[in-house]
Design a protein around this ligand. Structure first.
Ligand code: FUL
Length: 693
């Protein structure tokens, strides 16, 4: 009897042993995030604030010779910024402690070009301190933007600058408490004031800053920090290759630790990368980073911001959304309104997870163990996950919603502490007893959200069709998000015909031509219509099914372009540059060398007070002009130089470049390209326009 009893105990112990052996958690696969990267990833959404002397000069980049006396934000209130960010459900704020102009928002010991010589608070102010205090009060984390390029420093470009740069970093990383992220912009070298030298200084982006030792210093001072660097050595986070607010649909949180990084790698990550370098999507709530009064009505709309949300957080990235601070030191009410409405829209979209109250089944469960079962993906616990046996790379998880249920979003998360694994998956729905493919996608990573038209189904099947190793899924969500219609796009071609379009399916457009707000009582749009000369068009999209209206789309058109001609060019494609279609482009290259002139005959004499240039919208394309001169003439013989300067930040943010000047009479205009982003002899144009009185 005792013998049987002992055997029983031994058998029992063996099976417990086998049970535990079979249900060991999957081993990490490939590179995995550090604790710092993990903490950062879970923040998901945080703010940038851009504030410097540029705020007072209407510039995007300062040259370093702007007067410190300009800095006097009489209502400056970092608590307002923090309150807005908190209410917008952001988790932190990164402040531009020093932008490219070199002006410091804190009283750095190492330069006179700082708040200590500004009239603000009689030189006793410290904006970084006020930001740190406000973040603390509102429970937000603080991050620092310190531009490596300094157009004010006399020693920029020389070895001494590295000591100066590290001294400033030390001040910022020592005196303001915990810093969650440090941001090193990639714009580096070029012309500047440089303590009066006023010259062009170039540096080698990969070697000049000796990042290895700079990183060691940072990690010593702030062990919990993440480093963002688009300039040199790989930091902890990567840029996504654009400032428009989206990262690739395929998005690996991997890159190689060394070697050149091209655009595609930034945008999609690198499937075979040997380092964990996740994507941070940085974009502004307005077109530009710094405050420009003419953008008060160009604040991004809720549908636009929702689009950004799906293309950043929904694509395995984090979202870093910028607020430009006004000269008085506050965030503009339009920006506040947009950010808070956006937060509401996100909340509403993901309010009810239909998967949480459903039943889940999986085609394979690791060791048949409950702790790796499908329920772990719908238990609202980020530390548990559904996993399969090691040899499985194709598997599905079916969610039974019980009744026919309406939904249009599918959210899925990998347990990335064990690496990013999934390469491809599908989502199917059981509609009226038949399985129907709803959507097909590639990578998942920390979070992936898929959108599709609303459908009613009783079951949802998530199938991993390819994975680097056994899948490990920590969360699944199914939602029925409200629809937000996009503001319509309005374009005018060279013959003066207006077209109104949208990417949404099926709405009706209404428009006005007199600057008044458009409503469903305005003119109904049925087809392109003529409206030449100066005209202001406002249009909305209306969805009869839901009764919802979009925000207003708004365009102001200047003089007629019917008679415009490019002088001395025999190329039919050339006139696309005033055709109103921003996706077409024309390049001047052939035998021309910089400077390259574009001469346009406006057909008549006009009182001109500005010009507009839109570069090629393809990312990092050739022929993006950075330095220009603008001339006018009444007879194409005698020319006057009216304006010259730079199109700052045009490579990363290829927006309409708008330059204003005092009124001149002109029939001919000449845009002279002096330099471009790639340093070759190509000048490219998507659109060129003038501003008249
Ligand atoms: C860019 C900078 O050059 C812009 O001015 C801005 O600070 C943005 C966040 O990064 O590359």
């Amino acid at each position: 009897m005792i013998r049987y009893f002992l055997c029983g105990i031994i058998l029992c112990m063996c099976s417990i042993g086998i049970y535990y052996a079979q249900t060991k958690a999957p081993a990490p696969f490939g590179p995995v995030p550090s604790e710092n990267q993990m903490r950062w990833q879970e923040m998901e959404y945080y703010a940038f604030v851009h504030f410097s002397l540029n705020t007072y000069t209407d510039q995007s980049w300062g040259f370093g010779n702007e007067d410190v006396k300009l800095f006097n934000p009489e209502k400056a209130d970092c608590r307002q910024w923090a309150r807005i960010c908190k209410e917008a459900r952001m988790k932190g704020i990164i402040i531009t402690a020093k932008h490219h102009c070199g002006f410091c928002l804190w009283p750095s010991k190492y330069t006179e070009y700082s708040v200590k010589n500004a009239p603000w608070k009689n030189g006793k102010g410290d904006m970084v301190r006020e930001m740190a205090d406000a973040c603390k009060e509102y429970g937000l984390k603080l991050g620092i933007y310190l531009s490596p390029w300094d157009r004010n420093s006399p020693v920029y470009g020389k070895p001494e600058y590295i000591t100066y740069f590290r001294n400033q970093l030390t001040e910022l990383l020592t005196n303001y408490g915990q810093i969650f992220e440090v941001w090193f912009d990639g714009a580096n070298g070029g012309n500047g004031y440089y303590g009066g030298a006023n010259e062009t200084r170039t540096i080698n982006r990969t070697t000049y800053y000796d990042w290895k030792n700079t990183y060691a210093l940072i990690r010593k001072l702030q062990p919990n920090i993440v480093i963002w660097n688009d300039g040199g050595d790989r930091g902890d986070l990567r840029w996504v290759g654009t400032e428009e607010g989206f990262v690739g649909e395929t998005n690996w949180s991997l890159l190689n630790a060394t070697g050149e990084v091209e655009w595609g790698m930034l945008h999609f990550g690198l499937e075979t990368g040997n380092s964990w370098v996740p994507a941070e999507v940085n974009t502004s709530i307005r077109p530009e980073w710094f405050y420009h009064p003419n953008e008060d009505n160009k604040v991004k709309t809720v549908p636009f911001l929702m689009e950004t949300y799906y293309n950043s957080i929904g694509h395995n990235g984090s979202l870093l959304l910028n607020f430009p601070i006004m000269p008085n030191g506050l965030i503009h009410p339009n920006d506040e309104k947009a950010a808070l409405e956006f937060a509401e829209a996100v909340k509403e979209s993901f309010a009810v997870n239909l998967a949480e109250t459903s039943k889940a089944e999986a085609s394979n469960v690791r060791g048949n163990a409950k702790e790796f079962g499908p329920d772990m993906a719908i238990d609202n616990n980020k530390d548990t996950y559904w996993a399969t046996d090691d040899n499985v790379t194709k598997a599905s998880l079916t969610i039974d919603l019980g009744n026919p249920t309406l939904f249009n979003r599918f959210l899925v998360q990998e347990y990335i502490r064990l690496g990013q694994r999934v390469k491809a998956f599908t989502v199917e729905a059981l509609v009226d007893g038949n399985w129907k493919e709803v959507v097909k996608a590639t990578t998942i990573g920390y979070k992936r959200i898929l959108r599709f038209p609303s459908l009613k189904a009783t079951k949802v099947r998530f199938t991993i069709t390819d994975s680097k190793s056994c899948p490990v899924i920590s969360n699944i969500g199914i939602y029925n998000a409200p629809v937000f219609l996009n503001a319509p796009s309005i374009a005018r071609n060279q013959s003066g015909e207006i077209t109104i379009t949208t990417n949404d399916i099926g709405p009706i457009f209404y428009y006005t031509l007199d600057g008044s707000e458009s409503t469903t009582k305005s003119n109904k749009y049925t087809m392109p219509f003529p409206a030449d000369g100066k005209v202001e068009v406002k249009a909305i999209a209306y969805d009869p099914a839901s009764g919802k209206c979009s925000p207003i789309g708004h365009e102001k058109f200047d003089i007629s372009k019917k008679d415009w001609k490019i002088v001395g060019i025999n190329d039919e494609k050339a006139s696309t540059i005033f055709g109103g279609n921003t996706s077409t482009v024309w390049h001047q290259k052939s035998d021309k060398k910089m400077p390259i002139d574009l001469v346009i005959d406006l057909g008549n004499k006009y009182n001109v007070c500005g010009f507009k240039y839109l570069p090629d919208q393809a990312k990092w394309s050739s022929g993006i002009i950075t330095n220009y001169q603008f001339y006018v003439s009444t007879d194409n013989i005698e020319w006057n130089l009216i304006d010259q300067g730079e199109f700052s930040n045009i490579k990363n943010n290829p927006l309409w470049q708008i330059k204003n000047f005092s009124l001149v009479n002109a029939r001919y205009i000449r845009l002279r390209a002096l330099r471009n982003t790639s340093g070759d002899d190509v000048a490219g144009y998507a659109e060129v326009d003038v501003i008249t009185k």
